[in-house]
Design a protein around this ligand. Structure first.
Ligand SMILES: Cc1cc2nc3c(=O)[nH]c(=O)nc-3n(C[C@H](O)[C@H](O)[C@H](O)COP(=O)(O)OP(=O)(O)OC[C@H]3O[C@@H](n4cnc5c(N)ncnc54)[C@H](O)[C@@H]3O)c2cc1C
Length: 398
């Protein structure tokens, strides 16, 4: 006999928790079970990120990211207000340090306008007035960007779910999902679970569960490690906004930034180096299965061939703190090597195509009785509530 629910959610990161939350709102009478393999929720990407509430500047107009990030900014703030989760809209400055970057920043300003994200162009003098420690030729001020501890958002979601009677099972790993005409059955490391519909929000491991369930797609989730440092408390007044470089538009990562944290500190990072373990965070972490999955995927080798310079730069930043510091010195020369204190790292799940191309947008795939979240990189923490609403709209049609 297997335990029965209406909806089964796999994964207790922010996307899985938000999905359960939206399901409760839309279908309060439904029996909902969330299965998480770890002893706690939010131990992976959702608890190990920059903590930025993004405002929707960077994303291709019309994409899911562009639409759901704007909605997510608003809904995250409303959720924080309603559930007493500390947040602050400190604003962000994207800083151009050369003529070439200024041109790219202009293109970014147009994109922000197309996405409906308010921005203000700052000349070098105005930038220096706002941020005396930062130098650049120009900057784009994004006043709506904010900061929050997404781990705290996850815990507030968990409290709502428990109050609503959602069954939250920790230490329960889903090993496989099998659909029949009338139900979906999850084999786990404990008892089997049966539901009318399953929603898989398994972060960096989502593609493996989907393949095991028989889905076919021509990309894989590749883990990219993000190393951070933290500035000493004495330097926590260094900047008033988040400070970002102008990103390479071909890459999904935003470059090493100075991020104001809701606990009053400032983090520096993250880098974006290939990780040899999906869910381990030591500098030398290695997992044979994860590494094998990665190296057997031809898209990885094509990706490395497409972006050799970025690969070398990330490797250098991973090995050498001095090189890492050079990336920051482009826009903030006042930080010294001794200011780079240890800070927890994270591992991002990023979809890479078989042709080596990076898939930028969020990807949700539906079968008759399940939805799989197959690409939910940044800004998916910001966008989790509206991503969840999309998923629930799909699932409610069943
Ligand atoms: C370094 C870094 C910086 C980032 N910065 C930002 C930012 O500033 N702003 C922003 O909006 N976004 C940011 N992001 C992105 C954001 O953190 C992620 O997009 C988001 O957390 C993804 O949530 P998730 O629930 O999909 O994945 P996760 O948080 O990884 O959760 C997946 C969960 O599924 C569980 N799981 C996996 N397999 C199974 C299984 N078989 N059975 C049961 N459970 C399973 C895992 O244990 C995990 O708890 C950042 C990410 C990283 C890594």
């Amino acid at each position: 006999m297997s335990a029965q629910s209406d909806f089964l959610i796999v994964g207790g990161g922010i996307v899985g928790l938000a999905t359960a939350y939206q399901l409760v709102r839309r279908q309060p009478a439904a029996r909902i079970t969330l299965l998480e393999k770890e002893p706690q929720i939010a131990l992976h990407q959702s608890g190990r990120n920059s903590g930025v509430i993004h405002a929707g500047v960077y994303y291709e107009p019309g994409s899911l990211k562009a639409r759901l990030c704007r909605a997510g900014l608003k809904q995250t703030i409303e959720f924080c207000q309603a559930h007493s989760v500390p947040y602050q809209q400190c604003g962000k400055l994207i800083v151009a340090t050369s003529g070439d970057e200024t041109e790219r920043l202009r293109a970014l300003a147009l994109r922000a306008a197309a996405n409906g994200a308010p921005c203000q162009w700052l000349a070098a003098g105005e930038l220096a007035e706002r941020e005396p420690s930062i130098r650049g030729e120009a900057a784009l001020l994004v006043p709506e960007s904010g900061m929050v501890d997404y781990g705290a958002v996850c815990h507030a979601l968990r409290v709502c779910l428990l109050k609503a009677g959602v069954e939250l099972r920790l230490n329960t790993e889903v090993l496989a999902l099998r659909e029949s005409a009338s139900e979906v059955v999850a084999t786990t490391n404990a008892e089997a679970r049966t539901a009318r519909y399953a929603i898989v929000c398994a972060g960096v491991l989502g593609d493996r569960l989907a393949r095991r369930a028989g889905l076919r797609f021509d990309f894989a989730l590749i883990p990219f490690r993000g190393d951070y440092y933290r500035l000493p408390a004495a330097r926590s007044g260094l900047v008033n906004h988040h400070i970002y470089p102008v990103p390479d538009p071909r890459l999904p990562f935003l470059g090493v930034h100075l991020t104001r944290l809701i606990d009053g500190g400032i983090s520096v990072g993250p880098s974006a180096m290939l990780a040899f373990a999906c869910e381990r965070y030591g500098k030398l972490s290695f997992n044979a299965r994860d590494s094998y999955e990665m190296i057997k995927f031809p898209g990885l080798w094509r990706l490395l061939a497409r972006f050799p310079a970025a690969g070398v730069q990330e490797l250098a930043a991973a090995i050498s703190r001095r090189f890492y510091l050079r990336l920051v010195h482009k826009y903030c020369s006042g930080i010294e090597l001794s200011d780079l204190l240890p800070h927890p790292s994270g591992v991002r799940a990023q979809a890479v195509g078989r042709d080596g191309g990076l898939l930028h947008d969020f990807i949700l795939r539906r079968t008759a009785r399940a939805t799989y979240v197959l690409n939910a990189p940044s800004p998916a923490a910001t966008s989790a509530l509206p991503i969840a609403a999309e998923i629930v709209a799909q699932a409610s049609g069943t």
